[in-house]
Design a protein around this ligand. Structure first.
Ligand SMILES: Nc1ncnc2c1ncn2[C@@H]1O[C@H](COP(=O)(O)OP(=O)(O)O)[C@@H](O)[C@H]1O
Ligand SMILES: CC(=O)OP(=O)(O)O
Ligand SMILES: [Mg+2]
Length: 389
């Protein structure tokens, strides 16, 4: 029997999992990894290199059911592996949690209270905690936060220009995708040597998308704010928007809060602008002018955000692309890099098409890379360190 840490990373429509050995260095290859995706709409799963298969028996109809099914299925399928700890991505840690924490009933209650700030993530993250607690009540569980990496930011980067009382009440820019950025910061020296301590902008471009500026490996500014709706254009989310639009929709068009929430969280972004799909793959393959415009807006907004974060850093030494789009869409990377030429980034077209990792030409003042992220590994590192395994 080998001891393992089970990592659960629940997103808005998927659950990624990985089992890492709890013996030896925390950083060895995952024993097995996989995912459940399209939850609620014909859920499918994949364990390791097995073929993709439908989630049986209606268990894929909700995250909570899928979590219970997944934990039971993993224990059955990998019965030679003893799960000794659980590590979870928890999207929102609010003002209280700046580091990973062991989940106690009190911690669980505080995290559940943050669900309104991350409705498409937090309940699913806690469903993972609950499923593992039901199956293995004695196993300790650690919550690892998307927000924690950004708590090092200077105060100005965290403030909204709103009355102080609201700021003191926790209405701050928290930022997300922190586990991904922390992982990228940890592997960057492998690619860049000592320059990794310089002024870096990392672009996590997945279904959710954000950017983070870091210096000396610490976050100093990021594009997402109080919630994961802010910043870049995303698959279904609007990103940055004039708050006057929200007032107009409610005051002049009679939309309810729930309708505005659904519009901005689920029906905007690539899907809203293209009218076709939230998935970059579909848009890149489509001849429709609306698809082209959605891709063009995504890239335009991303390049503008690089400019903003470069100002926060006082310059830029490297731009790093990661997550689904950042790792797999050379056409999107190329367009964003074109928009960064003025900063001194000289793209290498051939290297970009070949998948990098170095995307910039020899002599480019600003380096560019594509680096695969690994939130599961970062969670495993935090879990073993927090539990002293
Ligand atoms: N080969 C590809 N080309 C273009 N876009 C891709 C490709 N593969 C994935 N994507 C994009 O990446 C997104 C998923 O990214 P991922 O980082 O896995 O997101 P999440 O963790 O938020 O589910 C998809 O919605 C799609 O837009
Ligand atoms: C915070 C966030 O947007 O996460 P995801 O990319 O998993 O949707
Ligand atoms: Mg994700």
């Amino acid at each position: 029997m080998s001891d393992a840490v089970l990592v659960l990373n629940a997103g808005s429509s998927s659950i990624k999992f990985a089992l890492f050995s709890a013996e030896g260095p925390a950083d060895t290859q995952a024993l097995v990894s996989g995912l459940v995706e399209r939850i609620g709409a014909g859920a499918m799963y994949r364990f390791g290199h097995d073929p993709v298969a439908p989630v049986p028996g209606g268990h894929g109809d909700s995250h909570a059911n899928a979590m219970h099914w997944l934990v039971a299925a993993l224990m059955q399928r990998f019965d030679g592996i003893d799960i000794v700890a659980g590590g979870h991505r928890v999207v929102h840690g609010g003002a209280d949690f700046a580091a990973p924490v062991i989940v106690t009933p009190q911690v669980h209650a505080k995290l559940a209270a943050l669900a309104p700030l991350a409705p498409a993530h937090q309940p699913h993250n806690l469903a993972g905690v609950d499923a593992l607690a039901a199956a293995l009540p004695e196993v300790p569980q650690v919550a690892c936060f998307d927000t924690a990496f950004h708590r090092s930011q200077p105060r100005l980067a965290q403030l909204f220009a709103i009355p102080r009382a609201l700021t003191e009440g926790g209405v701050l820019r928290y930022g997300f995708h922190g586990l991904s950025y922390e992982y990228i910061a940890s592997v960057l020296p492998h690619y860049m040597g000592a320059r990794a301590q310089g002024r870096i902008i990392a672009a996590h471009l997945g279904h959710g998308a954000s950017m983070c500026a870091f210096e000396n490996g610490a976050s100093v500014a990021t594009s997402m704010g109080f919630t994961a709706l802010d910043g870049l254009m995303m698959g279904r989310r609007c990103g940055e928007i004039d708050p006057g639009v929200l007032l107009h929709l409610m005051r002049d068009r009679g939309m309810s809060v729930a309708e505005v929430d659904d519009l901005l969280s689920n029906r905007s972004g690539l899907l809203g602008v293209s009218g076709l799909s939230h998935d970059m793959r579909d848009l890149l393959a489509s001849p429709a002018p609306e698809a082209e415009e959605a891709v063009a807006l995504f890239c335009y907004r991303a390049a503008r955000m690089v400019g903003s974060l470069a100002a926060a850093l006082g310059g830029i030494d490297a731009l790093v692309f990661t997550a689904g789009i950042g790792e797999h869409a050379p056409r999107v990377r190329a367009r964003i890099m074109e928009g960064c030429r003025w900063l001194g980034l000289e793209p290498d077209t051939t290297a970009n098409l070949a998948g990098g990792p170095l995307l910039s030409a020899d002599g480019s003042v600003v380096a560019a890379y594509t680096i695969p992220t690994d939130e599961e590994r970062m969670i495993a590192r935090h879990t073993t360190a927090t539990l002293g395994l």
